[in-house]
Design a protein around this ligand. Structure first.
Ligand code: FAD
Length: 400
């Protein structure tokens, strides 16, 4: 692995050139796997000079975990890393323009730039609220939290898995946390897992406000509508975890996207506009499939994106995406978690584990995501994943 200074001229490569945009779970997995073909030159573009374990960002803001992993540790030696940001894809010219002013020409492109926070249209949110969803946002929140005192009120808005993890972590750090959920908490898990989640949050002192809608944010308060009654919640830090959107790179490059900016691909991860472009991870909307944004989905997608590129180089047709979900595991501070096993389509199964056992499983899963990428770097093509998921739906599975 070598890091290139983009202020210098980028040398011309003569073999099959594959550029991977984004070195997250999907992009790093794809980059390593592409080396199954020794005649491929792989260049990865990523804004940070290290791999960010996004699933530890709630730990990062609370000071309980470091999400950074050196690229040396997760990317194969033969991969070139360009620390930069893609600003435009010129699909016609097969060229990616970078923020530094440099550009990269490609024969094949892997689009794996992830997602970021979806800012809801709440007055004051853009100016006064924080987010934990990506590296830059998490750094800003961490700096702000460092200016607060133990016991200060913190409001987390968004009762999905990210909101629960963030609220629990901040409570364990000593803040007085309220978790405002637009509907019921943890809508994607079953009733047993939901009850366990509420119990474990209560133990940490997190006050959960369900069926509540945040209507405005100012520097020290959140205004919330609960059944038509306005409540004013004091808040020294309002953290929004209200969903993700994709960056606008694909849309601004004239590629077809869905309503949240994800690159539209066919069922084999190929852009519907250009068969030299494949997508993977959170940043793609795969035709006819529901794939919950997760590293659980992103790594198999990264592997299959690499396989799709290698198939095209070999003159073959890429295979249809084939993967399955196994579980939804939510950390609730450092000593508890809720592990909801799922059916292959990600809908809740009967089995649930909680407490320390689930916390251990969650830590193993977090380490596992990095281990899989590292292992693929050492032995390209070795990664295996759960297959046979019935993901043939364009909507989220029905809630229990
Ligand atoms: C706090 C938190 C907790 C989470 N917990 C879990 C969990 O427990 N389990 C789970 O499965 N999922 C979890 N997720 C979701 C999971 O992190 C994402 O689904 C996963 O990171 C998606 O992987 P990805 O490779 O598609 O994108 P990412 O991991 O986001 O990687 C995308 C990469 O692309 C880079 N990039 C962005 N724009 C550009 C550009 N223009 N040019 C070049 N590079 C670019 C980014 O900097 C980043 O390095 C969590 C998310 C958060 C925020």
């Amino acid at each position: 692995m070598s890091i290139t200074d983009t202020t210098r001229e980028i040398p011309t490569v003569t073999r099959t050139r594959v550029v991977v945009l984004g070195a997250g779970y999907a992009g790093a997995m794809a980059a390593n796997r592409l080396l199954r073909n020794p005649d491929v030159d792989v260049t990865v573009v990523n804004p940070q000079p290290f791999f960010v374990q996004r699933i530890r960002l709630h730990q990062f803001v609370s000071g309980t975990g470091d999400p950074q992993v050196a690229f040396d540790d997760v990317l194969a030696d033969d991969i070139r890393v360009v620390v930069d940001t893609a600003t435009r894809i010129d699909a016609g010219a097969a060229r990616v323009h970078l923020a530094s002013g440099a550009h990269l020409d490609y024969d094949h492109l892997v689009y794996a730039i992830g997602t970021r926070h979806r800012a809801p249209e709440i007055p004051g949110a853009a100016e006064h609220a924080w987010s934990v969803s990506d590296w830059a946002a998490a750094q800003r929140l961490r700096e702000h939290l460092a200016t607060l005192d133990e016991g200060d009120p913190v409001v987390v808005v968004g009762g999905g898995l990210t909101g629960i993890e963030a609220a629990a972590e901040l409570a364990e750090r000593g803040f007085a946390v309220k978790l405002v959920c637009g509907g019921a908490i943890a809508p994607s898990v079953g009733p047993r897992a939901r009850r366990a989640t509420l119990r474990q949050l209560a133990r940490l002192g997190v006050e959960v406000v369900e069926e509540a809608r945040a209507t405005a944010v100012d520097p020290s308060r959140v205004f919330v509508d609960v059944d038509g009654v306005e409540q004013i919640l004091p808040s020294a830090a309002t953290v929004l975890t209200t969903g993700f959107v994709a960056p606008d790179l694909a849309a601004e490059s004239g590629l077809t996207t869905d309503e949240i900016g994800r690159l539209h691909t066919d069922d084999a991860l190929t852009s519907v506009d250009d068969d030299r472009i494949v997508g993977a991870g959170d940043a793609v909307a795969v035709a006819g499939m529901y794939l919950r944004m997760s590293c659980q989905a992103a790594e198999p997608l990264g592997a299959q994106a690499a396989d799709a590129v290698l198939a095209r180089i070999a003159g073959d047709r890429p295979q249809k995406v084939d993967q399955a979900f196994a579980a939804q595991c939510t950390s609730i501070g450092r000593r508890a978690a809720t592990l909801q096993f799922t059916k292959r389509d990600d809908s809740p199964a009967r089995m649930v584990a909680t407490g320390r056992l689930a916390a251990t499983a969650k830590e193993i899963a977090c380490r596992g995501t990095v281990w899989f990428i590292r292992h693929e770097a050492a032995r390209p093509g070795s990664y295996r994943w759960a297959r046979g998921g019935d993901l043939a739906t364009t909507t989220e599975p029905a809630l229990p």
